[in-house]
Design a protein around this ligand. Structure first.
Ligand code: AMP
Ligand code: ZN
Length: 114
């Protein structure tokens, strides 16, 4: 998708700190981390947000999430836990219109979500 920063990162046109890549997704370090470890799981297919799932995209996202246990297992700072966040829309603070899941960890975040 033209003018999508994450599509440009996936294509290698914009540099990123890649933690993992396969046929379905990339995982990169967020440029503006909100926790000691702040990663972004980004499916390679461009779609705007979680409400744009269809059966194929849901299956792909399921594969991605199923791989997390192995990927996260290689990051010692996440051994005590991590938080997944997906923002959809303005009120949630979504700023990049290419579906992605935040992976946050490396510190005790407590039970509150906000
Ligand atoms: P969201 O607010 O859920 O749309 O999240 C977008 C995230 O993308 C933010 O946490 C940004 O810091 C992050 N971000 C934006 N541009 C880049 C980039 N070039 N490399 C890595 N992360 C980025
Ligand atoms: Zn995109």
């Amino acid at each position: 998708m033209d003018n999508c920063i994450f599509c440009k990162i996936i294509a290698g046109d914009i540099p990123s700190d890649r933690v993992y890549e396969d046929e379905d997704m990339i995982i990169i370090r967020d440029i503006n981390p909100q926790a000691p470890v702040h990663l972004l799981l980004i499916p390679k297919e461009h779609y705007a947000d979680i409400t744009c799932l269809n059966a194929e995209r849901a299956a792909t996202l399921g594969r991605c999430l199923n791989k997390l246990q192995d990927i996260v297992g290689n990051i010692p700072q996440l051994k005590d836990g991590f938080r997944l966040i997906n923002n959809k829309g303005e009120f949630a603070g979504q700023t990049v219109g290419h579906m992605h899941v935040h992976i946050l960890g490396g510190t005790a975040m407590g039970e509150g979500l906000l």
